[in-house]
Ligand binder design. Structure first.
Ligand code: NAP
Length: 338
């Protein structure tokens, strides 16, 4: 007997000009079609949410093509193979891939982010963050571009987020002095009490400029920036000579393109203090993912890196989960559990 499955999926209905919300997507229902040879069917269990997804909605030149109107919203997902006509994927395999905001996905194993099998013994959601793009971004951005050394002062914006909190923990493991900038008392307290940050700045209630002067005047050796805007400007005036600025993201722009934020006013500090400022995209490190994953797995296994997840339940929550990243609703890696 063939069981008929019904899939719920979110498709893009309109491009947001400013903030993203539910109005930009349609929740559609369809019958899951039969597989053809070379395909397998995945029942998604977790969907991953990244600020970059907002950027993929803009019809502009970027490192990936924009999501098309009518297309299932692109996202990483982890789930179980429940039917297969592909020789490499068997029923019961746990896999992750770019399966999108939907309950069931048909795949042939290829795509923008090729499907990989999830090894036994790790939580199925971890390849969507600490052992996936989030952890890899922290690892390569900090170690390859930031080149931290023991005793140096490392400043991190977006410090309590999924990427920022991993960066801070790795920097602490290397013997750096770590200062985090994050929004709200609970997140700041967590950074100090549980992750061992040396100091924090709550950008929602503190004066960032004044606190930076108190904590690390002219002595930031490495600034790992997830936020951009005013926070980048404040950091620029506190860099040490020969400091490094790693541009990981600029979430304060909302990744909208209608009104671009002003460029950094204090960029001449790069000249005066002989600093280096460089951006990167984690996808460029794909050949070195295995090395980084192995190290991250070891650190997590040894309890040296703590992982926090922020889980909303139900496919209906997807637009809210994405929008919430831009107001700091997430405390840990934003996931939707299906
Ligand atoms: P996340 O940090 O877990 O979530 C986003 C956080 O950004 C929110 O929780 C919020 O924390 C903070 N935020 C939102 N609006 C803000 C604003 N206006 N000013 C200051 N902080 C704000 O997300 P993530 O996935 O780990 O991504 C973090 C950064 O890494 C993003 O900039 C993302 O684009 C970037 N990234 C880059 C790459 C790459 O290859 N270059 C890859 C992945 C991610 P608060 O509560 O503290 O405000």
């Amino acid at each position: 007997m063939t069981v008929t499955l019904t899939n719920k999926k979110w498709t893009l209905s309109a491009r947001p000009e400013t903030s993203v919300s539910k109005e930009h997507f349609n929740l559609e229902t369809e019958t899951v079609r039969e597989l053809v040879d070379g395909e397998f069917l995945v029942k998604n269990q977790y969907l991953a949410f990244e600020p970059a997804q907002r950027g993929w909605l803009n019809d502009v030149r970027s490192y990936l093509p924009p999501v098309a109107i009518g297309e299932v919203m692109r996202s990483g997902a982890a789930g179980e193979v429940i039917a297969s006509k592909h020789s490499d994927y068997q029923v019961g395999d746990l896999v992750q891939g770019s399966f999108g905001w939907q309950e069931y996905a048909i795949s042939d194993g290829t795509g923008l982010f090729p499907v990989t099998k999830i090894p036994a013994g790790i939580p199925i959601s971890y390849p969507l963050h600490i052992f996936g793009l989030t952890g890899l971004t922290a690892y390569f951005g900090l170690l390859d571009l930031g080149l931290p050394k023991a005793g140096e002062t490392v400043l991190i914006s977006g410090a309590a987020g999924a990427t920022g909190s991993t960066v801070g923990q790795i920097a602490k493991l290397l013997g750096c002095r770590v200062i985090g900038i994050a929004g709200g008392e609970a997140k700041c307290q967590w950074l100090i009490d549980e992750l061992g940050y040396d100091a924090v700045i709550d950008y929602k209630s503190d004066s960032v400029g004044e606190r930076l002067q108190e904590l690390c005047k002219n002595s930031v050796d490495l600034f790992f920036d997830n936020v951009g805007g005013e926070i980048l400007d404040h950091a620029l005036v506190n860099m040490a000579n020969n400091g490094r600025i790693v541009l990981c993201g600029g979430i304060s722009s909302g990744y909208q393109v209608k009104e671009l934020p002003p460029g950094p006013k204090n960029y001449m500090q790069l000249v005066i203090r002989r600093c280096h400022m460089e951006g990167f995209i984690v996808l460029d490190y794909v050949d070195r993912y295995p090395e980084a994953r192995e190290q991250l797995m070891q650190w997590v296994d040894e309890g040296k890196i703590l992982v926090k997840e922020h889980i909303l339940e139900g496919i209906e929550q997807c637009p809210e989960a994405l929008a919430g990243l831009f107001s700091g609703q997430n405390f840990g890696k934003q996931l939707v559990k299906i």
